[in-house]
Write a protein that binds this ligand. Structure first.
Ligand SMILES: Nc1ncnc2c1ncn2[C@@H]1O[C@H](COP(=O)(O)OP(=O)(O)OP(=O)(O)O)[C@@H](O)[C@H]1O
Ligand SMILES: [Mg+2]
Length: 388
């Protein structure tokens, strides 16, 4: 059925990677240059790169685009480069599962049954050498894997592939690790950390103007030109660059897609600002104070601890240890059991009421401090009344 709103809804999907990635040209260049060396490719050592940056700012898309460029570059030199992309959140598990996956993708003829993890890598390297193929391995969401496993050796192994068989060339030319932040460093030992090597390439968050450019481009592929005006893109860009979303383009595309659906079902012929706000308040519950009613008491007290700390320190972002000390005062004052604030903070963060940038930077988002404080105090007063 023809839609008055959408040209092609699938172009808003997170799985679709557009040909052009505006405002990531510099990163594409930087990454490709690292891997395209002067004496190419056998004398060129294994190159390891880590990429860091917050959610939805094009890390995965940029690296996948680079892999296409590099494959083409090899092809022009009559060589074959094969990319294996591993999303460790989906395909992870342990070292063994990861290497088996690499083996399946790069050397499907070699059976992975009954051999050790080390042997798998050895076989893989030999297979590539003998079949004159080169490989690029992308390990996405490495922070997720490391946080959820004791088996951190995968970093050590994959960053030292060229030492596996000294004296023979290593046909895995590049390994790229992608993560959101540096917290996973804490779980690595010094040898692993040093093999991760040089400084990471950090992707900056997009600015308001950049988000506007990106959305304009994405919308021109996905929407009927009459279905949305620049006021809509401006509004979505503004919400997206607020401290709550850090320029997360995935969120922006979702907001636009849902609003498009709403415009379609309401038959308005175009997306209105009201529809954007309506969808936003649905996917972003912290905007409506009513949601405080759904919080369990322990989370409300934790929120109170955050508010008191912010008030006492007179700054928008405060440290976990400062909140912890305020929480223990509150527990004493209100005769509560000890507050397990780490868990509650996590919950409040996933409800997008607070923002945890790091353990030293925790703040309120969505609602203004001025609005939130009286609401929380009011709720706590009601708990006290119902107790007595
Ligand atoms: N510069 C850009 N131009 C067009 N689309 C973009 C751009 N940057 C990001 N996107 C789109 O935003 C969405 C999220 O991007 P991507 O998956 O690459 O982010 P990420 O940084 O890997 O996020 P996460 O940390 O959550 O994995 C994708 O749909 C992607 O196509
Ligand atoms: Mg990603």
């Amino acid at each position: 059925m023809d839609s008055t709103i959408f040209l092609d809804r699938s172009k808003l999907s997170a799985r679709y990677i557009p040909d052009e990635l505006p405002h990531r040209e510099k990163q594409v260049d930087e990454i490709c240059h690292l891997f395209i060396g002067p004496s190419f490719p056998d004398d060129y050592p294994l190159t390891v790169l880590q990429i860091l940056g917050s959610a939805g700012i094009g890390k995965t898309s940029t690296v996948l685009k680079c892999s296409k460029i590099l494959e083409l570059h090899f092809d022009r030199n009559r060589l074959q480069l094969v990319t294996v992309y591993v999303n460790l959140k989906l395909q992870g598990g342990n070292k063994y599962a990861i290497y088996r996956y690499l083996l399946e993708k790069l050397a499907p003829d070699i059976p992975a049954q009954g051999i050790s993890a080390e042997e798998m890598l050895r076989y893989l390297l030999r297979y590539l050498r003998e079949s004159k193929k080169y490989a690029l391995i992308i390990l996405d969401e490495i922070d997720y894997l490391i946080k959820n496993t004791k088996d951190t050796g995968v970093i050590y192994d994959l960053t030292r592939l060229n030492e596996f068989e000294p004296g023979t060339p290593c046909n895995i030319k590049m390994v790229i690790f992608i993560a959101r932040g540096k917290e996973f460093y804490e779980k690595l030992d010094p040898a692993e950390l040093s093999s991760l090597g040089r400084i990471p390439l950090e992707f900056p968050e997009y600015t308001l103007r950049q988000v506007g450019d990106i959305l304009n481009k994405r919308c021109s592929e996905a929407f009927n030109p009459k279905a949305l005006g620049s006021d809509i893109i401006d509004e979505v860009a503004k919400i997206t660059t607020s401290p709550l979303f850090h320029g997360d383009i995935r969120f922006a595309l979702d907001l636009l897609a849902y609003s498009g659906n709403l415009a379609e079902s309401q038959g308005t012929g175009r997306i209105t600002l009201d529809q954007i706000r309506q969808v936003y308040s649905q996917i972003h519950p912290a905007d409506t104070a009513n949601n405080l009613d759904e919080l369990p008491q322990s989370q409300v007290y934790t929120l109170m601890a955050v508010i008191r700390t912010i008030r006492a320190k007179r700054k928008p972002y405060v440290e976990l240890k400062e909140i912890r000390s305020s929480a223990s005062d509150i527990a004493e004052e209100f005769k509560l059991k000890k507050l397990e604030i780490e868990d509650h903070l996590d919950e409040l963060c996933s409800k997008r009421i607070i923002d945890i940038r790091s353990l030293k930077e925790i703040g309120i988002v969505g609602v203004s401090f001025k609005d939130l404080e009286p609401l929380v105090m009011h709720k706590i007063k009601r708990y006290k009344e119902s107790k007595s």
